[in-house]
Design a protein around this ligand. Structure first.
Ligand code: C5P
Length: 312
């Protein structure tokens, strides 16, 4: 009898922007305690998983050349981690992962993390696993600090390394313009630069998270714009001084406010509505301060199978 090979499964997964990113001191394990608010954005990657004789990862699209396709790719580590979790051989998964990137690589928008979360959701469906999203989130947390958020999406308060999540009430669709830089920035290097800046002096720290939660509950983008804050911004700007000009250009183009997204170098500009975002994007694209400009909105859902049944 012929074995029936299940059809490939494609998962769409969001990027993230941090509306608030407060970084605590360096911990003995090399991480920093965070208090952050994530918002999932409509700038997405699509990840297809399939049973294949030639296992591996292939990457297409935005910045694909800079992504490793070997065992160090986080999506491949996700395949191995899930295989191990369900008692399959982690060294012999006959799985091919095809990643179509829309999220900038090393851009501070959790692109690599998103691909790992999408791979887990896709495999859970392909292998017909009886596994809950919360169980998948446990595997996500082993893979990286931002992976659980891209699994759930929406708007969430993150603590610990960023992996402990609580959903946040958010009343509005927010419109963003994203400015991609010419090259990525390494997240560990940006955290190390912040430690260095803090050793040298006392760079200002962002305020409390509660006002941001209140602004999200009212749904007023103007109120939220006043409160966007990121402790990592000083460090990314120190490593990439040109970002100062990009941030100024977005606000001059009519955005309500701009912030470096996560560890950067992508700059995210909050706009009053979708039309304003299109105008800001057009002007910023002509200002010569970044490689590419995109518009996006949020919050959007987390990693989900497209064009079929979603399990779990
Ligand atoms: O968890 P993830 O692998 O994405 O983290 C990448 C690096 O970013 C860590 O090795 C660490 O240097 C830094 N990081 C940190 N504190 C966090 C998250 C990440 O210092 N909360």
């Amino acid at each position: 009898m012929l074995a029936v090979v299940p059809p490939p499964v494609t998962v769409r997964v969001p990027s993230k922007v941090n509306l608030h990113l407060a970084v605590g001191d360096l911990r003995p394990d090399g991480y920093h305690d965070l208090t952050t608010i994530f918002q999932a954005l409509s700038l997405t990657d699509e990840v297809t998983v399939a049973i294949a004789d030639e296992p591996g990862v292939e990457v297409h699209g935005e910045g694909a050349d800079a992504v490793p396709t070997g065992a160090s790719n986080l999506a491949w580590r996700a395949v191995q981690e899930l295989a191990r979790h369900v008692g399959r051989d982690p060294d012999e998964p006959k799985i091919r992962v095809v990643i179509n990137k829309g999220i900038p690589v090393s851009g501070g928008m959790a692109g690599g993390s998103a691909d790992a979360a999408a791979t887990l959701v896709g495999l859970a469906s392909l292998w017909r696993l009886d596994i809950t999203r919360d169980e998948l989130a446990g595997i996500c947390a082993k893979l990286g600090s931002d992976v659980p958020f891209t699994l759930y999406g929406g708007t969430a308060l993150g603590t610990g390394r960023g992996e402990k999540l609580v959903p946040v009430l958010s009343r509005h669709t927010y419109h963003w313009v994203l400015a991609f830089d010419r090259r990525g920035l390494s997240t560990p290097k940006v955290f190390t630069e912040l430690d260095r800046l803090r050793d040298e002096g006392d760079p200002p720290r962002i305020g409390a998270v509660e006002p941001v939660l209140e602004a999200l509950a009212t749904g007023d983008p103007r109120q939220l714009a006043l409160l966007l804050g990121n402790d990592l911004q000083a460090a990314s700007v120190s490593l990439r001084p040109g970002l100062r000009r990009t941030l100024r250009a977005g606000v001059s183009a009519g955005a309500l406010a701009g912030t470096v997204s996560g560890s950067g170098p992508t700059c995210a500009f909050l706009c009053s509505d979708g039309e304003s975002a299109l105008r800001v994007a057009a002007e910023l694209a002509g200002a010569g301060v970044c490689r590419t400009v995109r518009v996006a909105h949020g919050p959007v859902p987390g990693a989900r199978v497209i064009g079929g049944d979603e399990t779990p």
